[in-house]
Design a protein around this ligand. Structure first.
Ligand SMILES: C[S@@+](CC[C@H](N)C(=O)[O-])C[C@H]1O[C@@H](n2cnc3c(N)ncnc32)[C@H](O)[C@@H]1O
Length: 246
């Protein structure tokens, strides 16, 4: 049976890759790198950089494949399911072109367990035995960059998306909320009084940006600096932690 290694690579700093990740990359026969189009080229290029530093002297082959584009016209869940089917087919086609490769690896942004679909996509290819090598998540990169703990003593926290925060408001039962996948600064939908924010973009990369403080005072600054950075780089990835002051 062929093995599929899902290797967490962290959030942009090649030094986020663990020793176990490097070892897995070096034992793989083939590493598949998705091409998402010119606007996301940095992420494919970064995967190539990680390969260049991890694979010196190894026999691992690197092959790029085109990542299918999601059809966003209809129902969200139906579109995502169809997209995952298409990605599984693209993985399968790329793997079939290399029948000699018994161990195939994908370099997964952050960790495969957090807001990532690679495990769900891999489940569509039952003839592959899946192994996960954990990576540093964007949430860990954020809390480390700000030198904060994610939870208060003995208290729970929630990790959610911008879409959920916008639609549902502050989640019940927690004072700490981490927000990912937010293209619209959904913290604007909240009453900022009594809330602190720790925001980070391009975490782990040379362009890293960090802003923190009372939401009421930092909201406008984050909006304007985020807009400017996105225009300069052509893309942005950001994450933030919100905490209600007791
Ligand atoms: C599809 S999810 C992938 C998460 C990833 N699996 C992880 O473990 O962090 C992408 C989201 O992660 C966050 N993210 C990933 N990399 C980031 C980075 N370098 N800086 C800030 N946020 C990042 C952003 O919220 C982005 O919208």
């Amino acid at each position: 049976m062929r093995e599929l290694l899902l290797i967490g690579i962290g959030t942009g700093n090649p030094e986020h890759v663990t020793l176990a990740g490097v070892r897995a990359m070096r034992t793989a026969d083939l590493i598949l790198i998705p091409r998402k189009g010119p606007d996301k080229a940095d992420l494919a290029d970064l995967r190539h950089q990680i390969c260049a530093s991890a694979l010196e002297g190894a026999a691992t082959r690197i092959v790029e494949f085109d990542l299918p584009v999601r059809d966003a016209s209809g129902d969200y869940r139906t579109g995502v399911d169809a997209w995952h089917d298409a990605i599984a087919a693209a993985w399968g086609a790329a793997i079939e072109q290399h029948p000699e490769a018994r161990t195939v690896a994908l370099l997964i942004w952050g960790d495969p367990s957090l807001y990532d679909s690679s495990l769900r996509i891999a489940a569509r290819i039952p003839e592959l035995r899946v192994k996960v090598i954990p990576g540093i998540t964007a949430l860990q990169a954020l809390t480390a960059a700000h030198a904060i703990a994610v939870n208060e003593i003995g208290a729970p926290f929630i990790v959610t998306t911008g879409r959920q925060l916008r639609g549902q408001g502050w989640p019940a039962g927690v004072d700490t909320v981490a927000v990912m996948l937010d293209g619209s600064c959904s913290f604007q939908a909240l009453d900022p009084e009594g809330i602190d924010i720790w925001w980070g973009a391009y975490l782990g990369m040379a362009e890293e940006m960090l802003i923190s403080g009372p939401l009421a005072e930092r909201s406008a600054q984050i909006l304007s600096e985020r807009t400017e950075a996105r225009a300069n780089h052509g893309w942005i990835m950001d994450i933030y932690l919100l905490r209600r002051r007791r």
